[in-house]
Write a protein that binds this ligand. Structure first.
Ligand SMILES: [Zn+2]
Length: 336
């Protein structure tokens, strides 16, 4: 096992964790860590943090929220996973030579797959009340929550954080998908990193869950909006990209500079997202892994235009993330 990849389980909250700077986190923790904090009851809340090292809201939430449990026992047992410490210290989503920590929750070849499985097996021995995996976006998005199962309990859980709920099943290797087997489970997408409003909103959800004994005590807002993700837009690694929004650009892809303002907006047919020189560098993949580019976009005269009404999410202007992960997702509204 590579150094810094062993799971450390701690039964107390390290004091320095609550005050250290994220870039010094490796002085407090040796690597991926699971805090197992006994509560008044055995009912257990699982909180997943820093699966993406540059998404700092989860860390800020812990620093603020855990202060109260230095002296008093929490009402429920807390299992808190701090994932990609090495990437967090460097301000990166993931290490350049390592896997994405939110794609390791199915079996696979990396040592990190074993790490995730160890965390899952440990958590499974407790009566889990809910699982929350806290993330940020790299592009502008409203606050929303994602679920991987369309159960009433999962919708109630997501609705605690936002009226915007995204249901997705691909990628399937995410933490919230694995834990959905054990309890109501969600991913929180708390806007851009470092926003204090986001930190407080996540804390509000955690406090609320700590007070409830059962999901019967929760309800679903009448105006909750459920979206279903049916496509991912992939950008080729070798593609040159800019945001000049110009046909004369030298880049193979020249996107609308306000691309991420379109997240959760309804884009009418024939909306132009940018210009493309080489149609091979942009593809849309559906949930079965099949290419559906032709159903979604036309590339006539080098313009990227929508062929149907789409609702984007997670559109990002970060070129590295666009290529490593995706440009964003395409959604449709669902009725429940
Ligand atoms: Zn993330």
């Amino acid at each position: 096992v590579e150094c810094g990849l062993r799971l450390t389980i701690l039964k107390t909250i390290p004091k320095e964790l609550l005050s250290c700077r994220i870039e010094n986190l490796n002085e407090v923790l040796t690597g991926p860590t699971l805090l197992d904090i006994e509560g008044e009851s055995e009912q257990t809340l699982f909180i997943s943090t820093l699966l993406h090292g540059n998404e700092t809201t989860s860390f800020l939430v812990l620093q603020k929220w855990l202060l109260q449990f230095q002296k008093t026992k929490p009402s429920k047992r807390l299992l808190i996973f701090l994932g990609n410490i090495a990437a967090a210290v460097r301000g990166l989503r993931q290490l350049p030579d390592g896997p994405d920590y939110n794609r390791i929750w199915e079996s696979g070849p990396w040592p990190e797959h074993n790490l995730a499985s160890e965390v899952f097996i440990y958590a499974k021995q407790f009566p889990l009340f809910a699982n929350i995996d806290i993330h940020n976006n790299t592009g502008k998005n409203p606050f929303y929550a994602c679920i991987n199962v369309l159960s009433e309990e999962a919708i109630k859980l997501a609705n605690l954080f936002s009226k915007k709920v995204v249901y997705f099943t691909e990628p399937s290797q995410v933490q919230s998908m694995a834990f959905a087997e054990l309890c109501p489970s969600m991913t929180i997408e708390a806007g851009l990193p470092g926003n204090e409003v986001a930190t407080n909103e996540v804390i509000r959800v955690l406090d609320c869950l700590m007070r409830r004994q059962s999901f019967h005590e929760l309800s679903i807002d009448r105006d909750v909006q459920i979206y279903h993700t049916f496509g991912r837009i992939k950008i080729a690694h070798h593609a040159s990209v800019d945001f000049e929004y110009s046909q004369d650009s030298q880049a193979e892809l020249s996107f609308d500079c306000s691309l991420d303002d379109k997240n959760f907006e309804i884009l009418p047919i024939n909306s132009r997202l940018g210009f493309i020189k080489n149609p091979q560098v942009l593809t849309v993949i559906d949930n079965r892994g099949e290419e559906i580019t032709d159903e979604i976009f036309s590339f006539n005269a080098g313009e990227i235009r929508t062929k149907q009404i789409i609702i984007p999410s997670m559109f990002t202007k970060n070129i590295t993330i666009m290529k490593d992960d995706c440009l964003g997702y395409i959604m449709e509204r669902m009725k429940i």
